[in-house]
Design a protein around this ligand. Structure first.
Ligand code: N01
Length: 536
């Protein structure tokens, strides 16, 4: 705790932060720097958030390392040396541990502490946060740094509890690791986590059966050791690199071509896709400016990837099953290292669960389409209850005892993805309806943390005790976020962006498309005296 801290009379702390991933660590650093008393509660035994839990084989970021890092401290960004174009999970976790040590953050983080409720006391304008062990603490501000993809989704398959082998979820990977050698393994799911894990597991396992519900568009990641000369060049003017990055949806060094896929001859179009396929990475999706807007343009990218799958996968039936039929890019584009090639291995089999639905889990394996697949290990790569899941798991009650979960029963309602009316002094970092998952998460997190810290400073300077959005501003924001998505092809798929992967979850877009426009809007809100927020 900093010595010049001025905690409110009656409160244990100025601020409570929930979660010690990228968001919680930087939030704590900022709060401390303002002379506030703050504590982070973290359910895990260490820092890292998503990078603590997602330790499955092959886990790796799909944003380039030099971009997927903090920029708030010049010395930090100069001293840390990335070794690969895309950092693997252990390297990112080591980076976050370094950050925690470098800024001496651990002394204000309580590990193994799961927050179960947060209740607002209107009279005192304080939040009371309770842990699963019963401990409580009060604070003026409560900041949810709970992550966008942190509440893992384990489908309710009948008989799961009877399975005699090992069950694991990619998003809650066992800390001791899993040895697949000589084992019979089932992987359920073919999203980003699965496409990274499958090639690694296939190399070790005796037999791997992949249960696919929706085929995946994936492009080669093109991962490689990071050229020290490239790293030196970026670090020589990191600020300019970050600035370029901030003006893009994703990827400072992507060539975002501002031309329609339909405006170029087919041969040139395919040459462009081919060049990007060879380069590797999400720059494939930036080949043309209308891939997520025009169905016809979209089909050109989809056809290109499907042709690649047919060329890579030798068995035509498997190739056909692996070929996605939905809109290209309306589910998160995956980046892989040898994913489609893995299905040419003799020990790997694909089961299409649309033809052979998973009926039950038995003590000895899975039953799908009447066939029993005997396995030793089942890996659920079934994703997350995105953006709202981690908040829903906490009993959050605002003014008049209003439950956040009830308020959001028909879909999240926020202003700027930062606050929800009726929940004063409660902030969400990269919360629903902010750009979050449509961007490079780290700069988005920094932008939100800075906004929240500045808002708190504004309150302290003027003696305000509470801040929350007013209803018309929130209503307009909800409509605005929905309208942007409606003008794209995103609503055409059953993606987690829409909550469509979770049975019963309302189908609404969960994030704001566009980072530069969002940042501009936030600046404008502040310039107009926090327009849309009410202070008391
Ligand atoms: O989860 P997902 P994920 N029966 O939801 C299937 C980030 N991330 O963990 O598509 C059978 O994408 C489901 O099928 P369907 C990234 O933003 C980043 O892979 O719903 N199957 C799907 O195939 C990513 O988008 C990185 O029909 C079921 C899969 O499980 C996000 O996290 C790495 C099922 C889930 O895919 C989530 O990725 C990893 C059921 N009952 C993750 N329920 C990188 O940085 C679900 N599925 C590289």
């Amino acid at each position: 705790m900093s010595t010049d801290a001025v905690t409110d009379a009656g409160a244990d702390l100025d601020a409570i932060v929930v979660g010690a991933g990228f968001a919680g660590l930087y939030m704590l650093h900022r709060l401390r720097g303002m002379g506030l008393t703050a504590r982070v509660y973290e359910a895990a035994d260490g820092v890292g958030g998503t990078w603590f839990w997602n330790a499955y084989p092959g886990a790796r970021c799909d944003i380039e390392s030099l971009e997927y890092s903090y920029q708030f401290d010049e010395a930090l960004q100069q001293e840390w040396i990335w070794t690969e174009r895309y950092a693997a999970q252990p390297e990112i976790l080591a980076y976050l541990e370094h950050v925690a040590d470098r800024f001496d953050l651990r002394r204000d983080i309580r590990f193994g502490a799961r927050v179960v409720s947060a209740v607002f006391d209107e009279g005192a304008a304080l939040w009371t946060v309770a842990l699963d062990g019963g401990e409580r603490a009060t604070a003026r501000w409560c900041v949810m740094a709970t992550g966008s993809l942190s509440s893992s989704n384990l489908p309710a398959v009948p008989g799961l509890e009877t399975f005699e082998g090992l069950v694991c979820h990619t998003g809650r990977w066992p800390r001791s690791g899993v040895d697949f050698s000589g084992r019979r393994v089932a992987v359920i799911g073919t999203g980003s986590s699965a496409i990274q894990a499958i090639p690694e597991i296939a190399r070790q396992a005796a037999r791997l059966t992949v249960f696919q519900r929706t085929a995946t568009y994936s492009v080669p990641a093109g991962n490689a050791p990071l050229d020290p000369e490239v790293q030196r060049r970026v670090k020589a003017d990191y600020r300019a690199f970050r600035l370029r990055n901030s003006l893009m949806p994703i990827g400072a060094d992507f060539d975002h071509r501002d031309v329609s896929a339909l405006a170029v001859p087919p041969a040139d179009r395919d040459a462009e896709y081919e060049a990007r396929w060879r380069r590797g990475g999400a720059c494939f999706a930036a080949a043309f400016n209308d891939l997520v807007i025009s169905e016809e343009a979209n089909r050109t990218a989809a056809d290109f990837v499907r042709a690649k799958i047919r060329a890579i996968v030798t068995d035509p039936v498997t190739a056909e099953a692996l070929s996605p039929g939905h809109t290209f890019g309306c589910k998160r584009l995956c980046l892989d290292t040898g994913y489609y090639e893995t299905f040419n291995r003799p020990n790997v089999r694909l089961v299409d669960v649309n033809r052979a639905p998973i009926e039950a889990i038995l003590p000895e394996g899975l039953k799908a389409g009447g066939e029993v697949h005997a396995v030793d290990i089942i890996v659920f790569a079934t994703g997350f209850d995105a953006l709202t899941g981690a908040l829903d798991r906490i009993d959050i009650r605002g003014r008049g005892g209003l439950r956040l979960k009830d308020k959001w029963a028909e879909g999240a309602r926020t202003y700027l993805g930062l606050q929800s009316e009726g929940f004063p002094n409660l902030f969400t970092i990269t919360g629903p309806q902010s750009p979050s998952v449509f961007t490079n998460m780290v700069p988005s997190i920094e932008q939100h943390v800075d906004f929240i810290a500045d808002c708190i400073a504004h309150m302290r300077e003027r003696g305000f005790r509470s801040v929350e959005p007013h209803r018309p501003a929130e209503d307009a924001w909800v409509e605005h976020v929905g309208a942007i998505a409606a003008a794209t092809l995103y609503p055409t798929c059953n993606s987690w962006y829409l909550g469509a992967n979770i049975p019963g979850k309302p189908r609404v877009i969960l994030a704001h498309l566009g980072f530069p426009t969002y940042v501009e809007r936030c600046r404008d809100v502040v310039a107009k005296g926090y327009e849309g927020f009410t202070f008391a």
